[in-house]
Design a protein around this ligand. Structure first.
Ligand code: HEM
Ligand SMILES: [Ca+2]
Length: 744
């Protein structure tokens, strides 16, 4: 590292660079040298999470687990690399220009538009944002692409920037997170340390938590599950600062992309205020931040969503073609998803294993303190978070089984269908199941009937002017409301819905990255029973985030855990989200200007006082913090601000989706009528050994009904009545156009 740093400073000061630079103007080919230099400089300085884990160690730190679980996927790495090269190239040019002209200059002050275009092209940035030609893709009107491209060109596709509902606000106006420089003031006040807000407002012990007497833990986990369909923020590829090689995992120095969470005085857990909770920034999207100059759009930094914004079950099937193919069972032509070849769960399938090294899920011997136990790899699914906790893994597993169950039904129903048709038709049905369950059952409970009426009343058809991309404020703040409704335990119940005697409840921090608990400790059923029959934690102003998430996040044994509340606020600042009042204004809500008015909005005097003592003004309250503190809207589980932001987002991903299940022509009328009848209930009954369950699985109740009392989901509307001849022809075209197992 030191040699590279030395090399970099030498390169920057040598006459070679000065000479080539002073003669570059009007000769864009020279710019390629700059790009090359930037790639040479960045590349070796950028260790990734993977590299952290190369050193064989007994136990991973919480930071390493976070880093690894949030590492960018393959195609995302290409997108991020392009932006990093472009930014580094412009930075080197800027430094040299300033040196030559002996004054500070912007990167593009002396560059011609064609030079910028050339840099964008050579770094790969131009390719990331160029419009696509969609009409050459076969069957583009029939099935969604895996990456979501060509639903409406790049809008809503994976690896594109989050949209912005309000202008982004950075310390330097372009890229530095809010709060990066303490001298920068907002409404006359510096932002408080996020850990201080977490300690003073969020802090809650694990014990005596308020329980939701209306809704079950399934409501919470289903929220997490669908959140993964919608957003997964790409982290910076590098865990080391670009300019001086500081390692974000070990140093508390602030240097892009390290944005460490500082420790306030009198912190209940960390005694040393010079220590920190490691944090690395999200990756920059091409054409934004300091790479934005050449594209004629406001050059503020934007972050990348690695997954498709549409509700298309991307957490099952993947958001990139390479992952989607890995997840399929291509050993036959039956349209199935790959399942685990080593273990099963009482006759039911499990998710396949990843073959990644190192195996971050080899946590069993550490947790059980028994070195002789058998370890297993992490499970593989369409989303990278599948092993984050075992309740989430259980839901993933159920839906994998549902795909294969339906695929087998379709093969019987339509023997002339190719494996590719079965896969695509099944994937289409699963996507529609999710859309139906979310809008019919989930959202009304969360945002309440008034917001449903305002944002989600009748569907009026597809609108190609609506941008379906997930917005930054939705993913980084509003849809993270449910972190306050997570129980500190994963409940595991036996067939009689009593605590399992052999495999009892597990504290949440003992459930992170532990797929072996599913393989060796009773499988999926006990966990699903726990989710559907135990209440959710209630989000209450005086009982916010318990210690499992605020003090022990990703802590498997003795290491210092992370603090989720601090991470969320720091992420919001990294993404340049404006403060609470700006968002209240966006939603047409009142904007409290002092403690008294805040007290009225929150209906809580003590809370308003503490917030003002921390932030100085209601304007600056981190939007996630303000949102989670608001009293609920009538018959909802979020306050008015989040009801508006969540309602707005779900309206956009419905109206801006060319494959929305209610859109004319996507399904037949008979199929639509059938799809309305689906519920999560069906999916549990059909894919687990659970045969008695509460009548409505999001509701907390001690009544149980038998699966046999619910009519089976009827697939007869999918019987293909067109002639076999036509389908032979169709299959032939498919076969001609694409490799087997590829999207048509
Ligand atoms: C069950 C326990 C849960 C754990 C351990 C957990 C953990 C995390 C972590 C570590 C992050 C990344 C924080 C950062 O550095 O920015 C995150 C992000 C997020 N979480 Fe959770 N979470 C849980 C439950 C939930 C639930 C119930 C929901 C929603 C209903 C949810 C929604 C989200 C969303 C939307 C994000 C941002 C995703 C992105 O764009 O990357 N989480 N969560
Ligand atoms: Ca999706």
């Amino acid at each position: 590292t030191h040699i590279l740093l030395l090399l970099k400073s030498m390169l920057l000061s040598t006459s070679i660079i000065h000479t080539s630079f002073s003669s570059y103007r009007g000769k864009p080919f020279k710019l390629i040298h700059w790009v090359k230099i930037s790639t040479i400089l960045i590349f070796p300085l950028s260790p990734y999470c993977r590299d952290l884990l190369k050193v064989k160690k007994k136990e991973l730190t919480p930071y390493e687990l976070l880093c690894f679980s949030m590492r960018p996927m393959e195609e995302t790495r290409t997108a991020i690399r392009a932006a990093e090269y472009m930014e580094a190239t412009l930075d080197i040019i800027r430094q040299n220009m300033s040196r030559i002209h002996k004054r500070s200059l912007g990167a593009t002050d002396h560059l011609l538009p064609e030079d910028l275009e050339a840099i964008a092209r050579v770094t790969g940035c131009a390719a990331q944002i160029a419009l696509l030609t969609c009409d050459t893709i076969p069957f583009i009107d029939q099935y969604r692409t895996i990456s979501g491209v060509c639903n409406n060109n790049r809008l809503g596709a994976s690896n594109t920037p989050f949209s912005q509902l309000l202008p982004v606000q950075y310390d330097d106006g372009i890229s530095s997170p809010r709060g990066w420089t303490s001298a920068v003031k907002y409404s006359g006040f510096s932002l408080p340390l996020v850990r201080e807000v977490s300690n003073k407002i969020l802090h809650t012990a694990n014990e005596n938590l308020p329980q939701d007497n209306l809704y079950s833990s399934m409501l919470t986990l289903f929220g997490l599950w669908i959140g993964l369909d919608l957003s997964n923020t790409a982290m910076s590829r590098s865990i080391r600062s670009f300019n001086d090689g500081i390692d974000c995992s070990t140093s508390c120095q602030q240097a892009e992309p390290c944005f460490p969470i500082e420790i306030p005085t009198n912190d209940p857990r960390f005694e040393d205020t010079k220590s920190c909770i490691p944090f690395f920034q999200s990756a920059t999207a091409c054409g934004t931040g300091y790479t934005g100059y050449s594209f004629g759009i406001p050059n503020v930094r934007s972050q990348i969503n690695q997954v498709t914004s549409f509700i298309d079950a991307s957490m099952i099937y993947g958001s990139t073609d390479s992952l989607a193919n890995q997840l399929r069972d291509l050993t036959n032509d039956f349209g199935l998803m790959a399942v685990n070849q080593h273990y099963s769960d009482d006759g039911y399938d499990l998710l396949p294993f990843q073959n990644a090294t190192p195996n971050i899920c080899a946590t069993r011997s550490n947790v059980t303190k028994d070195p002789s136990v058998q370890e297993v790899p992490c499970f593989m699914a369409g989303d990278s978070h599948a092993n984050e906790n075992i309740a989430l893994t259980a839901i993933h597993t159920m839906f994998l089984r549902e795909h294969n169950r339906i695929a087998k039904i379709f093969r019987k129903l339509n023997p002339h269908w190719s494996g590719e048709t079965i896969y695509q038709e099944t994937r289409k049905v699963i996507g529609a199941f999710l859309q139906t369950i979310i809008y019919q059952d989930y959202l009304p409970i969360i945002i309440g009937p008034n917001a449903v009426q305002k944002y989600l009343s009748d569907y009026r058809g597809y609108d190609d002017t609506v941008n379906p991309s997930i917005s930054s404020v939705f993913s980084t703040a509003a849809f993270q409301f449910a972190h306050l409704t997570v129980q500190p335990f994963i409940f595991r119940l036996n067939r009689r819905y009593q605590q399992h005697t052999v495999y009892p409840n597990v504290l949440l921090h003992n459930s992170f990255f532990t797929p072996w608990r599913i393989v060796f400790e009773g499988g999926v059923d006990p966990i699903i029973r726990g989710l559907i029959s135990m209440p959710a934690k209630l989000n209450r102003q005086d009982k916010l985030m318990h210690d499992e998430l605020r003090e022990r996040l990703f802590q498997l044994t003795s290491q210092d855990g992370l603090d989720l509340a601090s991470l969320i606020m720091q992420r919001g600042r990294d993404h340049g989200l404006q403060g609470y009042n700006a968002w209240r204004g966006f939603c047409g809500l009142s904007q409290p200007k002092d403690e008294k008015e805040l007290e009225v909005v929150l209906n809580n005097q003590t809370l308003a006082k503490t917030l003002i003592s921390l932030y100085g003004t209601p304007n600056n309250i981190d939007v996630w913090t303000g949102g989670i503190l608001e009293p609920f809207v009538p018959n909802g589980r979020v306050g008015p601000l989040f009801a508006c932001l969540i309602g707005t987002q779900f309206q956009k991903i419905r109206d801006g989706d060319r494959f929305w299940w209610e859109k004319e022509g996507v399904f037949t009328e008979r199929q639509r009528t059938t799809l309305k009848k689906v519920s999560l209930h069906h999916i549990i009954c059909d894919n687990t050994g659970i045969k008695e369950l509460p009548p409505f699985v999001f509701k907390y109740s001690d009544e149980y009904t038998s699966c046999s009392e619910i009519p089976m989901f009827d697939f007869s509307a999918w019987k293909d009545t067109s002639s076999g001849k036509y389908f032979m022809f169709f299959a032939l075209i498919q076969f001609t156009y694409c490799d087997r197992g590829h999207h048509p």
